[in-house]
Design a protein around this ligand. Structure first.
Ligand code: XIL
Length: 384
């Protein structure tokens, strides 16, 4: 069971802090919010949410109230992805689901990140793109589809969306090489240049981000190296990438083999972050959660291990002033995408997010709060 620390109680302005410390977190309202704690260090905090693309936590008033209480930034879990916006090559984009969330964010003074203009992985491109007849001038047709998509989305939002994950996951974690898609077949690897340049022209105000899931675990070395080499090449060619989105899906391996938490990763992770920093890029943690597939069933033990692991990762990562935001991939366990993927061998629900199914703050919430408190300050950005 998550407990409030003495300090947390003091922050709540509760005089009898000593006697309250030890109460379940659910017994008292959690304050200050994660975004307030982040802001105190020049950081921002936010979360993903779905509005019917695949899940509909936006329709859940309890979830919305957690978002409003804790977050300064929101991002659509699926609703800004190409397959969710455009049904066919000649169909107009349908922004209704996504717009409902952006409207909600604006109404409540929250910022909204755009995720993602090009998820450059065949299984996440629209099926109709993969199966499209590219005709006698396939390069031109591929370019037309992509440019039309990026322009339509960026222009629809204008300055309402201040940052775009222009490209998501184009580096293979197995080989460190570029992924092959219909776009590489017809345009070549310059499809990435095209996506960024198109986004730059269509959203001149926006921060343009490359987002991927390389992380600090040993199995991620090939992926990390691949991402570094690609970032380097893009920057050398003048591709307008400004920041690296570190998804931050940490924990057991992001595959079907459960290994538990690995060790010996801080040094490698620092080397990676140092290189990204050396390239002059900003960094964001864009999809943080902790995969607990390999951890014991016991909830207290599991939550403790998750929190400690998260804290260690955040401490190292947030020690870099270039890291400006932390977004979690969902605030409550039962809505987490990880519930449907790579199930635990014991079949138990996973606990990857800061709040439990009954919307009680967990040890992970405390770990994120403590990591913000411990982080060195950095210059506050007002935009995304
Ligand atoms: C996931 C969503 O959470 C799922 O609902 C969907 O089925 C697949 O995509 N990396 C990303 C996110 O960049 O877009 C992914 O989101 C999780 C991994």
């Amino acid at each position: 069971m998550t407990e409030l620390s003495r300090r947390e109680c003091m922050a709540l302005g509760i005089g009898a802090a000593a006697s309250l410390a030890g109460l379940p977190a659910s017994a008292v309202e959690i304050a200050p919010s994660l975004d307030a704690l982040a802001r105190a260090r020049g950081l921002r905090f936010g979360s993903a949410l779905g509005a019917g693309g695949q899940s509909d936590e936006f329709g859940d008033p309890r979830y919305r109230s957690i978002l409003l209480r804790e977050c300064g930034i929101l991002v659509a879990e699926n609703e800004h992805k190409w397959p969710f916006l455009q049904r066919g090559p000649n169909d107009p984009h349908d922004f209704r689901r996504a717009d409902a969330m952006v409207d909600f964010a604006e109404k409540h003074g929250l910022l909204f990140r755009g995720h993602t203009l090009l998820w450059h992985k065949p299984q996440w491109l629209p099926r109709w793109v993969n199966e499209h007849d590219f005709g006698s001038q396939p390069g031109k047709e591929a370019e037309r589809l992509l440019v039309n998509h990026i322009n339509s989305v960026c222009k629809h939002y204008g300055t309402r969306i201040g940052a775009w994950d222009v490209v998501n996951e184009t580096v293979s974690e197995q080989t460190g090489k570029f992924r092959e898609t219909v776009f590489t077949r017809h345009i070549g690897s310059e499809v990435i240049d095209l996506a960024f340049h198109t986004a730059r022209a269509a959203a001149p105000h926006a921060r343009l981000v490359y987002n991927d899931y390389m992380t600090w675990e040993p199995h991620s070395k090939t992926h990390r190296d691949g991402v570094l080499r690609h970032l380097e090449a893009w920057l050398k060619r003048g591709v307008p990438v400004e920041a690296l989105g570190i998804q931050g899906h940490i924990g057991t391996e992001n595959s079907d083999s459960s290994t538990g938490f690995a060790t010996g990763r801080e040094e490698d992770w620092r080397k990676f972050l140092d290189e990204v920093k050396g390239m002059g890029l900003k960094m964001l943690i864009t999809e943080f959660d902790v995969h607990d597939k390999g951890l014991p069933a016991d909830i207290d033990k599991r939550d403790r291990a998750i929190a400690d692991y998260a804290r260690a990762f955040l401490d190292v990562t947030l020690s870099y002033a270039e890291v400006e935001q932390v977004l979690v991939w969902g605030m409550a366990d039962h809505y987490s995408w990880l519930q449907d993927r790579w199930p635990r061998p014991d079949g138990l629900p996973k606990r990857p997010t800061p709040y439990s199914k009954d919307f009680k703050a967990k040890a992970l919430r405390q770990a994120i709060a403590d990591a913000f408190r411990a982080a060195p300050g950095r210059g506050q950005r007002t935009e995304l």
